[in-house]
Design a binder for this molecule. Structure first.
Ligand SMILES: Cc1cc2nc3c(=O)[nH]c(=O)nc-3n(C[C@H](O)[C@H](O)[C@H](O)COP(=O)(O)O)c2cc1C
Length: 318
């Protein structure tokens, strides 16, 4: 994104980045940058919706309150950006969860004016509508980037999910637009079923280390082809996994779950593991290993492409 980082560990957007004090603590423990908690379109709309059930409020009043609520929430967020900028010297990346090209684009300018070093667009639409074609969904992503870009000059990162039919083509197409980085992949709320209560519940909000194989593969496959930076997220719980993602081609990683679970001190542990490995292998700088083991740089690139366990099944007794 054109932003220099002291190390590759960025704290991903989450509740740990929603106050200047907490961000100060993350910086003190070694975080190289933070992505602020996303400003959710739904979050604002929900606050307004909860008022609608109050019969004593007239329509005009509701409009006024809706405007006020929206402004209030947005002002709080702008304050978070400016307060954080004052409190720390690491880059502050604002985050907007957006689902349309119209709703948030002008607001991006205010984040830039408040001092944000970059803007992450947390874009995700559950492709669950049987009438909506892949191209239509993809076009929404492109439209949002184009619109937001009209208002800001700070770099834009696009955080995406992994439900794309033509994944490689889509990621390449995002990379040749105005996005300076693609963050792969967000981890979303997932439903589960409670058999005892016969109810739909939420699956674990935290990731497990096994989940990192998904971004690792796609970053390894595409980092030599895309035209922008890639950041990896989901399932990165230790320094060795940070290194794997960098070797696959990520310029930086975003971590969340492990900081919730172990506290900000884990960042120092991860950096220590990374330094240990680099010293062993005699690498002086992170830039020397970015993409060293990506699809274009290995002898057997099919390792990234293989999707069936043919070799495994033919040799293993299971
Ligand atoms: C409690 C919690 C809150 C999160 N809130 C956001 C958010 O507001 N916006 C966003 O883009 N991602 C959000 N995420 C996703 C994280 O930024 C991250 O992409 C994801 O958790 C995968 O990283 P991890 O495996 O290190 O947890 C949240 C994750 C957690 C656990």
């Amino acid at each position: 994104m054109g932003i220099s980082l002291k190390n590759p560990i960025i704290i991903g957007s989450c509740g740990l980045t929603n106050s200047a004090a907490s961000i100060q603590n993350l910086e003190a423990n070694g975080a190289a940058a933070v992505v602020l908690k996303s400003l959710f379109e739904e979050q604002i709309l929900m606050e307004v919706d909860s008022l609608k059930s109050d019969q004593s409020i007239h329509a005009e009043e509701l409009d006024y309150i809706a405007g006020y609520t929206r402004q209030h929430t947005l002002d709080e967020y702008l304050n978070l950006v400016s307060e954080s900028k004052k409190a720390v010297s690491i880059p502050i990346i604002a985050s907007i969860n957006c689902a349309s090209a119209a709703e948030w684009t002008a607001f991006a300018k205010r984040l830039q004016d408040a001092g944000a070093d970059g803007l992450e667009l947390n874009m995700y639409f559950m492709p669950g509508d049987i009438n909506q074609k892949s191209e239509e969904i993809e076009q929404i992503y492109f439209n949002i980037i184009k619109e937001v870009k009209k208002y800001i000059s700070i770099p834009i990162a696009v955080k995406i999910g992994f439900y794309f039919t033509g994944m490689a083509n889509m990621i390449y197409n995002l990379s040749i637009r105005e996005a300076s980085a693609i963050v792969m992949f967000n981890r979303f709320h997932q439903p589960d079923i409670d058999l005892k209560k016969m109810e739909i519940t939420s699956a674990d909000i935290f990731s497990s280390p096994e989940e990192n194989v998904l971004p690792l593969r796609w970053i390894g496959m595409l980092s030599d082809k895309v035209k922008c930076d890639l950041a990896s997220t989901t399932g990165i719980h230790d320094g060795h996994t940070v290194l794997k993602n960098i070797l696959a081609g990520a310029s930086a990683v975003q971590v969340t779950t492990i900081v919730y679970k172990k506290g900000p001190e884990v960042i120092g542990e991860m950096l220590g593991q990374m330094e240990g490995w680099m010293k062993d292998k005699k690498y002086a700088a992170i830039k020397d290993i970015i993409g060293k083991l990506n699809h274009g740089n290995i002898k057997d690139p099919v390792m990234y492409e293989r999707s069936q366990f043919m070799k495994y099944f033919s040799s293993a007794k299971i």
